[in-house]
Each structure stands twice: as structure tokens, then as C-alpha cells.
Design a protein around this ligand. Structure first.
Ligand SMILES: Nc1nc2c(ncn2[C@@H]2O[C@H](COP(=O)(O)OP(=O)(O)OP(=O)(O)O)[C@@H](O)[C@H]2O)c(=O)[nH]1
Ligand SMILES: [Mg+2]
Length: 381
């Protein structure tokens, strides 16, 4: 018998007989420099969640004020409190995602570490998700009876404007899509993970705007409390991050990412074309038509290579399929070029401006290239 096998009965004897405790809810608390708040948040969660099997998962971004040590002191004699410490990382959304993925509990809650959210609402939010009535239950400042507390008018105006902007992007009507206080099924988040931007401050908005079909959301009102200790982390960086996220969502809605990538590769291909043309024309007695033809052939091959590796990396062609694909891509681009010239010439003959005719031809040609490349060269198998 091997040493390991011999050791197994011994381990079996000293392990507790029943499997570890399982939690119904994990409360994720992101913290950055909240040392003076952690005792209070734990005490208030313990009080509010009496009767629910929950664990608390702090995610701390290496706070310099000893937040993690204060959490460790509270957790010393408890197994239901943990802290994930991230070194050299910042970002509320990514912290929350990592906290959610670190638990086995089927339902997760997110609450600020500074005591501004009303934890007494948690059991009702939890019940809404657990019963299946909602995919996500939100503590809302902006639904009827909710309140932002005593914010100054500038912050209120900014928050309202940002909320309206995010509502324009969302398909589902949510009064407070920027709330940092909500409960959601963990498997829902897991399914959306590849689509999340994970950037910035607004994880709820990220979740709502990433879901292909609208999440069923229910909002319950609460009053946002004032901070009693520590400092706000809301700054211009956060606002910029938010605007980038909104732009990202809008672009994705209007233009599929694959088309954007294809167009970017096409633009790079134009650069290759010009570089080759210039190099060829440096030869003495080089005919323009010859140089242009070689430049086109090389530029198309370049586009094919990059699109094969990046734009269609989920359908990358290899071996003889690579060769056949290159052939079909030449054919596709050839037809695209004919369509480009044909449409340009027709429009110009109808007395449209030269550049309108030219751009319209190029647009139709490029869209054709994209559509045909997708349906022929890199068709789904
Ligand atoms: N882990 C982690 N937590 C963060 C980060 N930024 C903010 N937090 C935490 O996220 C929660 C919300 O941040 P706050 O600064 O309170 O934001 P806010 O509540 O919108 O603003 P105030 O009303 O001014 O407090 C707090 O618990 C912060 O400690 C971060 O980069 N990483
Ligand atoms: Mg706060």
C-alpha cells in the first residue's frame, strides 16, 4: 500500500463527519479604506439577517488604513466572515464580481461597507430573489418612497443625469439602475460574466445592460444614509469610467463588435496597401497598374490573416480550409470591389457629388465584404 493510501483512513478519522455548512446568501462588501466602518457593518448585518444562513465576503483592495486587519480581528472566531485581499488592484465593479464568484451560496447581495445602505431591507430583497419573483432585487433611491438623503444639489443633479443616461441604454425600466445595493442569483451573474465590462463603479448597471434578455428586476425603496466615517471614493475618474461604459454599451447595441473589428482590420489593410504600393513604385519602370494589383492582393491576404486570427477567432480556419478560405475571401473582396465601383459610377452619373458617390460605393462594398465573409469564408460549421 502506498504511503498516501495508508494515510487516508487517518485523515478520514480526523475530518468532521458531516460536510461543511452551506450558506443560502453571501453578502459581498467591497471596501477601500473603511477601517472605522467594518465593525458596524458586520454588527448591523448580523442583526438584520437573523434567521438566514449567510456569510459575509469582504473584498478589500489593499486598503492602507488597516481595514483588512480589522476584518481579520472580527473574523478570528467566526467561519462565516472572509476577506479577499486584492493587491495592486482597484475598481468597485471588479471587486464585487470577484466576491460573488468566491462564494458557493446561490444568492448574493452587494452592500457598501460604509453603512449608507439600509441593511434592514436585505431580508425582503433576499426573499424576492429566492422565491423566483425577481432575478435581481434592488434597494432603490429613486423609486417611490426612496431617497438620496441629504445630498447637496450638485451631487443630486449629477446622479439624476447619470441615472437618466443609463436608463436610455437599458431595455428594462429600472428607476435606480446605478444602485450599489442589490440581491441577485449567482448563476445569473455567472452566465453574464463574459459580457460584463467589469470596469468602474456601477456593477448593477453593468449586469442589467449586459443581459441579452431583460432581467426581471424589482425595486424596494430605501433612504441613502450619510457617511459617518471614512471618505468617499467617488471622483472624476469614476465619472469618466462611467461615460466610457455607457459609450461602450451604445456602440455594442448599434454596431456588432465583429463588424467594428472587421472595419478596423480593413482600415489597417488600407495602410498595408499604401505601403506596398509606395515600395513597389520605388522600382524603376514599374507600371502603376502592376504595383496597384500587387498591393491589392497583399492587402487582401493581410486582411484575411488578421480576420482569421482575431475577428473570427472562434472560427479560425486551418490546414486546407485556410487555403480554401483565402481563395473564397479573394472572390468575396473581388465582388465587393465590383459593387463598390458599380454603385459609385451609377450615383455619380445621377449627378451626386463625387465624394458622396465614392463613399456610398465603398460603404456598400465593405458591408458586402463583411456579410459575405461571415456567410461564406468563415461560415458556421
Ligand atoms: N474593493 C474596493 N472597494 C471600493 C473601491 N472603491 C470604492 N469601494 C467601496 O465601495 C463602496 C462605495 O464607495 P463610496 O465611496 O462609499 O461611494 P458612494 O457611496 O457612491 O459615495 P459616498 O456617498 O460619497 O460615500 C464603499 O464600501 C467603498 O469602500 C475599490 O476600488 N475597491
Ligand atoms: Mg458610500
Amino acid at each position: 500500500m502506498s504511503t498516501v493510501a495508508a494515510a487516508v483512513p487517518h485523515f478520514a478519522r480526523i475530518r468532521p463527519s458531516a460536510p461543511a455548512f452551506s450558506y443560502d446568501l453571501a453578502v459581498v462588501v467591497p471596501t477601500f479604506n473603511e477601517a472605522d466602518n467594518v465593525e458596524r457593518i458586520v454588527a448591523s448585518l448580523d442583526l438584520a439577517l437573523d434567521g438566514i444562513r449567510y456569510e459575509i465576503v469582504f473584498v478589500d483592495d489593499w486598503s492602507g488604513d488597516g481595514t483588512a486587519a480589522r476584518i481579520a480581528a472580527i473574523a478570528a472566531d467566526r467561519t462565516d466572515i472572509r476577506v479577499i485581499r486584492r493587491f495592486d488592484r482597484r475598481g468597485l465593479s471588479s471587486a464585487v464580481i470577484e466576491g460573488m464568484m468566491a462564494t458557493m451560496a446561490p444568492i448574493v447581495a452587494v452592500i457598501d461597507g460604509d453603512g449608507q445602505h439600509d441593511e434592514k431591507l436585505l431580508p425582503r430583497l433576499f426573499a424576492l430573489v429566492r422565491s423566483g419573483n425577481a432575478d435581481v432585487a434592488i434597494g432603490s433611491r429613486y423609486c417611490a418612497n426612496g431617497s438620496t438623503g441629504n445630498w447637496d444639489s450638485l451631487r443630486l443633479r449629477c446622479s439624476r443625469a447619470a441615472t437618466r443616461l443609463s436608463q436610455m441604454v437599458l431595455q428594462s425600466p429600472v428607476a435606480d439602475p446605478m444602485s450599489g445595493f442589490f440581491v441577485v442569483r449567482r448563476d445569473r451573474v455567472e452566465a453574464l460574466l463574459p459580457r460584463l465590462s467589469g470596469r468602474g463603479f456601477k456593477i448593477l448597471f453593468d449586469l442589467l445592460s449586459s443581459s441579452p434578455e431583460p432581467l426581471r428586476a424589482i425595486e424596494l425603496p430605501f433612504e441613502f444614509r450619510a457617511r459617518t466615517a471614512g471618505e468617499s471614493k467617488l471622483g472624476t475618474g469614476v465619472v469618466l469610467d462611467y461615460l466610457v461604459t455607457i459609450a461602450d454599451r451604445l456602440i455594442r447595441r448599434v454596431l456588432p463588435p465583429r463588424l467594428v473589428m472587421f472595419a478596423t482590420v480593413g482600415t489597417l489593410g488600407l495602410g498595408v496597401h499604401v505601403a506596398v504600393l509606395r515600395a513597389m513604385l520605388a522600382f524603376e519602370n514599374m507600371r502603376f497598374a502592376t504595383a496597384q494589383t500587387v498591393a491589392v492582393l497583399i492587402a487582401i491576404a493581410f486582411n484575411f490573416l488578421i480576420n482569421n486570427a482575431v475577428t473570427f477567432r472562434d472560427r479560425t480556419l486551418k490546414g486546407w480550409r485556410f487555403v480554401a478560405g483565402l481563395g473564397s475571401f479573394y472572390a468575396v473582396c473581388g465582388i465587393g470591389a465590383l459593387a463598390n465601383v458599380g454603385i459609385g459610377v451609377v450615383l455619380f452619373s445621377e449627378h451626386h457629388r463625387w465624394w458622396v458617390s465614392g463613399v456610398a460605393g465603398a460603404l456598400v462594398g465593405s458591408l458586402w465584404n463583411f456579410g459575405a465573409a461571415m456567410l461564406v469564408t468563415w461560415r458556421k460549421r
